[in-house]
Design a protein around this ligand. Structure first.
Ligand code: FE2
Ligand code: FE2
Length: 251
């Protein structure tokens, strides 16, 4: 049950097929002037968070953890490239909204600090928390927007973040080799998600309020995806058929 091998070649192939997609053309289709400025600022902070990632590529390349190999390192590099594409798409959103990109932000600094401080396994755990936050937040923002480019792009990001979640869960599941490690993962994961949720709610409170989002709804979605990720890593509560269909969905 523990320490299962992952077919990283499949993940490498999956990311390779998407690696060279061009950015959508930057053309305004909507009058965005009625949307709150806090939305542009919020997306600019996420844009900063989607940048970076060089150290995790290097750590994956040098990793001697069980189950990792050159295909995992290649898949990780392609994953980071896809996140950089997200950063470019979010930069286009900020521009359409009349906002400015940010170079510094305390939550982005915390995220980078956490990623740099720790080894590959904890680094991937931090990335997984970011996927859960992104999936829910982009989805809820898109649900409050009129039909427009930004709404469509955010929904595309949500779809892609879901695959990232599966990618990181595959890695973390392969690293759990005992019941003790499984328990440790659950404690660290739940604590990390609480810190991530509180941090984002504080930093993005203006956009949350101005877009008419409800903190309870946001937390509910985070909790659902956090639980899904936990189940994917520990295989608790997921029928085998779910695991198998999930594993073949990116083949
Ligand atoms: Fe992303
Ligand atoms: Fe992602």
């Amino acid at each position: 049950m523990y320490g299962q091998q992952v077919n990283w070649r499949k993940w490498q192939h999956f990311f390779e097929q998407r690696a060279n997609r061009p950015l959508p053309p930057l053309a305004s289709d909507t009058d965005y002037s009625s949307l709150p400025k806090s939305l542009a600022r919020s997306l600019a902070v996420f844009q900063l968070g989607e940048s970076g990632g060089g150290t995790v590529i290097e750590q994956a390349r040098l990793s001697d953890l069980p189950g990792t190999n050159d295909h995992y390192a290649a898949a990780m590099a392609l994953f980071v490239k896809e996140e950089h594409r997200h950063a470019n798409v979010l930069a286009m959103c900020v521009r359409l909204l009349g906002g400015s990109l940010v170079r510094k932000n305390w939550t982005a600094r915390m995220f980078v600090f956490a990623r740099r401080l720790i080894g590959l396994r904890l680094k991937v755990l931090v990335l997984l928390a970011a996927e859960v936050v992104g999936i829910c937040y982009y989805h809820l923002l898109a649900s409050r927007l009129p039909s427009c480019h930004i709404q469509r792009w955010l929904r595309e990001l949500v779809d892609e973040e879901k695959y990232h979640l599966f990618f990181h869960c595959d890695f973390l599941r392969s690293q759990i080799c005992s019941a003790g490690q499984r328990r440790l993962f659950i404690v660290v994961w739940r604590s990390l998600m609480v810190v991530a949720a509180v941090t984002v709610i504080i930093d993005h409170r203006n956009a949350i309020r101005d877009m008419g989002l409800d903190v309870k709804t946001i937390c509910g979605r985070w909790k659902s995806y956090s639980r899904l990720a936990e189940q994917l890593v520990t295989r608790d509560g997921l029928p085998e058929c779910v695991m198998q269909s999930r594993q073949t969905s990116h083949a």
